[in-house]
Design a protein around this ligand. Structure first.
Ligand SMILES: [Zn+2]
Ligand SMILES: [Zn+2]
Length: 166
């Protein structure tokens, strides 16, 4: 059976209905490829859907991601300088630990437990419901590589390797 015809009778389809969304095969496919996969950007989601031998336009993936995020089925995370990423883990106010070098994203539990876990001295009249905390650092793999290969040290090395290439 094609992914399109089976999409309507799955737990994922049920999830969409529970959230008041129409069941469409792009939405089902997007949710399915994100299940258990952590944090993916739109292009990676599109590639994985296509990997199941299904043609899908990139814009269709963007639309599905937007709808699913608005409905609370996906969480969107942004980090400066890289594409927005989407994940299925929602509603638990977890935070992210990102490697500056390989951009791997790990989930870390919220220390306080519920949003917003930080309080502003002055909220400027906003009703604040979330404080997104991102921990930046260097992951163990990149630290190990750094020991053998100095090219990991981005800023400094960019100028260094340019000189070497002359
Ligand atoms: Zn890394
Ligand atoms: Zn996460």
């Amino acid at each position: 059976m094609s992914p399109r015809s089976t999409a309507y009778h799955t737990a994922t389809a049920e999830l969409l209905r529970e959230h008041g969304l129409r069941v469409t095969w792009p939405r089902v496919s997007v949710l399915n490829v994100l299940a258990g996969r952590g944090h993916l950007d739109a292009n990676s989601v599109a590639r994985l859907v296509r990997g199941n031998d299904v043609h899908i336009a990139t814009q269709t993936v963007y639309d599905a991601l937007k709808t699913l995020t608005a409905a609370g089925l996906l969480r969107r995370t942004g980090s400066p300088g890289s594409a927005l990423r989407y994940e299925r883990r929602v509603g638990d106010n977890h935070h992210h630990l990102i490697c500056r070098q390989c951009e791997r994203v790990l989930d870390v539990d919220c220390i306080i437990g519920s949003a917003p876990c930080l309080t502003l001295a002055d909220d400027h009249g906003f009703d604040i419901d979330e404080a997104a905390v991102t921990f930046w650092g260097v992951c163990p793999d990149c630290k190990n590589t750094a020991g053998q290969d100095t090219s990991v040290n981005r800023g400094r090395t960019a100028s260094k390797s340019m000189k070497e290439e002359k």
